[in-house]
Structure formats: structure tokens, C-alpha cells
Design a protein around this ligand. Structure first.
Ligand code: G6P
Length: 612
């Protein structure tokens, strides 16, 4: 997804911008570019492909400027090309800008500007912004021109703009696309993502929607769209540079898979690790102000995308079984255009690692408009979803760099389990049950460590199936969403076809595909649906299909049916997804690596999808 970095200060700007772009690479992109101001002249350089290509184009040219903006683009309007890459300029080459988001009425605006003789170079929606500002800049100063231009725009933006006519400043603006201002010593760094700021400073300001900031080397001023100055709180960024590095692993993905015991431990700390009362209630500070409202909730709708959606599906089983609250899970992209029946006894839970996914955000806004209570299960602190929901709990996952989600999944499950305990205890759940769940949750990091020790064995199995072009993943009840997540993981990073299905549904279609070249992965721990999974396995076996089983330690019967078995330890049925997902993450990782792919940055995918 697109990334923005801007710098104004005393240092040479080009190396800083390139370094910032590299920090943003993990978000996924297809081209990059930068504009710098030097001696009243603006130089713009763009390249398709990786930041290294841009670096090559710059070569040994020495830019003396210390003000500039840069961008990584993930194509939405127009293919990846130099012309379509940012920064985009106006007709006169005075104004250059980088933009994240989508200008919905760009066609309309483009026609008006074309009538006024503006010439467009790219196919992008972003370019019209430069021309629109240029139009106002004929009479107004830079900042007022930006404000007037933005009043005409419908859509979302995170913007950083420079102007040759006022060469000592950068103007930034935000509406629906994240933008952060980093405050360093005699310097300011602007970025769409904290990872590009962390090496410069830990003092940051999160811009809110409708805010615009004028930044010079001497200071900054933030105002709203009506040009009224707003005072903002300076936050402390608590991500270290080390946290953004690979920590000795070959890939971020593997590092993040191995971090799972630790991040779950972080999520448990202070929440159930030391019970403060006899009630066996988890301590969830973010929900405290709305505890009374939660007692009145009669229906829950979970909205999310991708892996977060699958954790929501596990949450549905948990919340219905243990909290007794009717729960639905819906793709956020569908929810936003449906006519959901919501009222003040409905709670909408948004699950999002990044907290910036456009569809999830839109779903939350829609629910808010309809009067529902909105809750967030979000990793990134200060992200838009975290700020716009009425209440919530952070997953405390730390930065997740691998584009395909891994460690964010069990930490989302953890929050869902804690919420189930809390909502359950407000209703029918016994003290004893809550205690049982909490005791078992505390054991989860240790159980995951045990599975991680089997990574070599899992690598071997992945290699054994390397010629497979298709996989069927099946599971039931709590492990049906894990079948979906397992299939998604291998699709994302290995580009092989995989389908996730409930075991019972398999005979209504996918079984037709099965032959000796189409292996099935059964997630079949010893739980209440074990026998049902075994029947499914027999059906596959009878058709000559190969079987890899994720089974409970000590299950010898499974060896009669499965070609390969990966054992996982026993835990409460509701918590099996925490551990059954681990071998599937590792399987997908080793499979993708064996195929020679860049598993951290899969083709066509983005870490944070901030467009619809
Ligand atoms: C993208 C990522 C996925 C992620 C999904 C939802 O597709 O590649 O890994 O699960 O977005 O993102 P979110 O940040 O809302 O959890």
C-alpha cells in the first residue's frame, strides 16, 4: 500500500527519504519517487519497482537540498509507471505532492481543470490535486490554496506537498489516510507510518481527519479545514528500531511466527496473569468505561478483513458458546454496503491489525451512524480504527512486518477469549469456567513453544509436498476458521491454489477435485467433532487423496489414515485454534521459501489496505 515520507531540517534530504522509503517497503508497493527542493528548484525522480531502482536512478548525483517528499505507490488508478508514480506536479512545475488514498470525484474535477487548460500527464486521481492547488495558488498563498482545493475534494487523502513559490515549507493534510508528524531536534519527519519515523525521533503527533499542518524548519502549525489553529498532544512512540528488524531470522515472517509465545505473554500480562479479585474477571482497562453498556448487549457483529476476519470467526464460536450472545461475522467490505439491522443493544467489533483497513473503518463508521456501540480489537496504537471506536483492547502484538499476517492472529484470538470471559461472566458463565479458561490461556505460550520446536519436521513435510499445485484445508467448529486461515497463508506466500472448507461441506463440491496429486490438510484435534473429521478423512482416503493431519498428541488411530501427522498438545477445545494455526503458518512459510519466493513481500499484496 502507498507510503509517504517527508523531511524538513538540516540534513541532506535524499538519503533520509530513501531510508524512509525502505522502512515503508514492507507495506507493499510497485513504484517509488521523490521530489526535493534545492536553491528554489524542484527535482523529481521516479522509478518503477523497488526503492533500489530509484536509488540507481539517483546514482551518484549529489542533492544539496534539505526539504523533500517521497512516496511508495501501490497502483489503484493507472498501471505502475514513471508517469503514474508520485510525486505529481502541476503545469508549471511549482507544486509537487505525494498522496495516499482515493479522490472519488477526480473525473469531475479533471474536466473542470481541463477546461481551464490544465494538462495532465498521468492516469491517476492524485495528479488533479496538484493542478487544483495550482489553480487557487494563482491568487491565494500556498496554505490557503491547499485548504480551498481540499474543500472541493471528495475522498480520502494523506498528503505532503511542496511549492517552489514558498520553498521553505511542507504542507501536509489528512482525511481518512494516516499521517504522522515526527518532531526531531531541528528537524521534522512526516510519514504515513511510524516505522519511517522511529529512527529519527520518538515524539510524534497523529494528525486527525480534516487537519492540515504547515511545517518549516523552525516549527509547525496545525489547523482544521476552516483554518482554525488546533492544539495537539505530542505522543511517545514506543517502537524501537530493533523491533523493526529481523532479529536473526531469515525472514520477518519466520521471526514473527517464533515471536508468538512472547506476544501472547504480553497480552496476558496484567490482564489475567494476576487476578485482583475473586471474580475471575480479566482486567481490561479499555472496556471499563462501557462495562454497563456491555451488560445490555444482545447481539454482536464482528467486521474485519483477511486474517482478522478469520480470527473473528473463531470469536463467533467463543462468544456464542461461552458468553451466550448471538454473534455474526461479516467481511467489512460487504457490511458497509448492506442494510444491517442495528440498534443500541448491538455491538460492532472491528478486528484489525493495522487499524487502518479502509473497509473495516468504513464499516465501523456505518455502524456508529446507526447508533451501535463500536469496539476495536486493534494492534496499532493511535491508528484510525483504534481512535474512532467507542472502546476496545489493543492486541499488543508489536510491529508486524511480514505482509501475510501471523503473530497478529493469536493475539486477536487472545483478546476475543478475554472478552468472552468478561461478557460471559456478566451473563451465565460460572466463576469456575472463567478460571479454567484463564488457567489454560496462561499455558498457551508454553504449548506454542513446543510446536515451534517441531519446525524442522514441518519443513520436511512441506518439502515432501512441494510439487502439489492444490491443497484442500478442512476442519470443523473452532478449527473451521483455521482451515480457512491455513489455506489463505499458503495462497498468499506460495501462490498455489488452496481451499479452506468445513469438513462436512467437503462432500458438496471439493471432493470432486481429489486425486493423488491433490493433498488435504485435516485439522482434527481430539475435540467434540473428532469423529466427524475422521469420517471426512476416510472419504478422502477412499479416493486416493493424500492426507496431512494436525492431530492431538497421543492419537495413534490417525496414523492409519494420514500420510503425515503433525502433533499438537491438548488444550480446551475453544483454545485449540491458538495452537493448531502454528503448524499451518510454518508449513506455508517453508513451502513458500522452498519455492524461492519472497515470503515477506508476496506479489500483489499489501500489508495495510487503506483503499476500498
Ligand atoms: C491485508 C493483509 C492481511 C490482513 C488484512 C487485514 O490483506 O495482507 O494480512 O489480514 O489486510 O488487515 P488488518 O490490518 O485490518 O488486520
Amino acid at each position: 500500500m502507498c507510503g509517504i515520507i517527508g523531511y524538513i531540517g538540516k540534513q541532506k534530504v535524499v538519503p533520509i527519504l530513501l531510508e524512509g522509503l525502505k522502512q515503508l517497503e514492507y507495506r507493499g508497493y510497485d513504484s517509488a519517487g521523490l521530489s526535493v527542493i534545492n536553491n528554489g528548484k524542484i527535482t523529481t525522480i521516479k522509478a518503477v519497482g523497488k526503492v533500489a531502482e530509484l536509488q540507481n536512478k539517483i546514482g551518484s548525483r549529489d542533492f544539496l537540498g534539505n526539504i523533500g517528499i517521497a512516496h511508495t505507490r501501490w497502483a489503484t488508478h493507472g498501471k505502475p509507471s514513471d508517469k503514474n508514480s508520485h510525486p505529481h506536479g502541476d503545469c508549471e512545475g511549482n507544486i509537487f505532492l505525494v498522496h495516499n488514498g482515493i479522490i472519488e470525484n477526480y473525473q469531475e474535477l479533471k474536466k473542470i481543470l481541463q477546461k481551464k487548460k490544465h494538462k495532465f500527464i498521468s492516469e491517476t486521481d492524485s495528479e488533479i490535486l496538484a493542478h487544483l492547488i495550482e489553480e487557487f495558488n494563482k491568487k491565494l498563498d500556498f496554505k490557503k490554496s491547499v485548504l480551498e482545493a481540499l474543500k472541493l475534494v471528495r475522498g480520502t487523502y494523506g498528503l505532503a506537498i511542496i511549492n517552489k513559490k514558498e520553498p521553505e515549507k511542507i504542507i501536509i493534510a489528512r482525511n481518512g489516510s494516516p499521517l504522522i508528524l515526527g518532531i526531531g531536534k531541528d528537524e521534522f519527519i512526516v510519514a504515513s507510518d511510524a516505522s519511517a519515523i522511529v529512527r529519527h525521533t520518538d515524539k510524534i503527533i497523529y494528525l486527525d481527519d480534516g487537519e492540515i499542518a504547515e511545517i518549516t524548519s523552525g516549527g509547525f502549525e496545525i489547523s482544521n479545514i476552516k483554518n482554525k489553529i488546533v492544539s495537539k498532544e505530542i505522543s511517545k512512540l514506543d517502537w524501537t528500531i530493533e523491533e523493526s528488524k529481523k532479529g536473526g531470522f531469515d525472514h520477518f515472517m519466520l521471526k514473527e511466527i517464533f515471536e508468538q509465545p512472547e506476544v501472547i505473554q504480553n497480552g496476558l500480562r496484567g490482564r489475567i496473569e494476576h487476578f485482583l479479585s475473586e471474580d475471575n474477571l480479566p482486567i481490561l482497562g479499555g472496556l471499563r468505561p462501557i462495562e454497563k453498556k456491555l451488560r445490555k448487549i444482545k447481539k454482536i457483529i464482528i467486521v474485519a478483513c483477511g486474517t482478522s476476519y478469520y480470527s473473528g470467526l473463531v470469536g463467533e464460536y467463543m462468544l456464542e458458546e461461552y458468553a451466550g450472545i448471538p454473534t455474526e461475522v461479516e467481511y467489512a467490505s460487504e457490511f458497509r454496503y448492506r442494510k444491517p439491522i442495528l440498534n443500541d443493544t448491538t455491538a460492532i467489533i472491528a478486528i484489525s491489525q493495522s487499524g487502518e483497513t479502509a473497509d473495516t473503518l468504513a464499516a465501523i463508521r456505518e455502524a456508529k451512524n446507526k447508533g451501535a456501540l463500536t469496539l476495536g480489537i486493534v494492534n496499532v496504537v493511535g491508528s484510525t480504527i483504534a481512535r474512532e471506536t467507542d472502546a476496545g483492547t489493543h492486541t499488543l502484538t508489536g510491529p508486524e512486518i511480514g505482509v501475510a499476517a501471523t503473530k497478529s492472529f493469536p493475539t486477536q484470538l487472545l483478546v476475543l477469549a478475554l472478552w468472552t470471559m468478561m461478557l460471559g461472566r456478566q451473563r451465565e458463565m460460572s466463576n469456575v469456567m472463567s478460571k479454567r479458561i484463564s488457567e489454560e490461556l496462561k499455558n498457551i505460550p508454553h504449548l506454542i513453544e513446543g510446536i515451534l520446536k517441531k519446525s524442522k519436521e514441518i519443513k520436511k513435510i512441506a518439502k515432501k509436498y512441494i510439487s502439489a499445485k492444490d491443497f484442500l484445508y478442512v476442519g470443523r467448529k473452532y478449527n473451521f476458521p483455521i482451515a480457512l486461515e491455513g489455506a489463505l497463508k499458503i495462497k498468499e506466500i506460495s501462490y498455489v491454489h488452496a481451499e479452506g472448507y468445513p469438513t462436512g461441506e467437503m462432500k458438496h463440491g471439493p471432493i470432486a477435485l481429489i486425486d493423488s496429486n491433490f493433498p488435504s490438510i485435516f485439522i482434527c484435534p481430539k475435540d467434540s467433532v473428532y469423529e466427524k473429521n475422521i469420517s471426512g478423512m476416510q472419504e478422502i482416503k477412499a479416493r486416493g487423496g493424500k492426507i496431512i493431519a494436525i492431530a492431538t498428541e497421543g492419537d495413534k488411530e490417525i496414523l492409519k489414515l494420514a500420510d503425515d501427522v503433525i502433533y499438537i498438545p491438548k488444550t480446551l477445545e475453544m483454545l485449540t485454534p491458538f495452537i493448531s494455526v502454528i503448524p499451518l503458518q510454518l508449513f506455508a512459510y517453508y513451502f513458500g521459501v522452498a519455492k524461492g519466493y519472497d515470503v515477506d513481500k508476496p506479489r500483489n499484496l499489501a500489508k495495510s489496505v487503506t483503499v476500498e
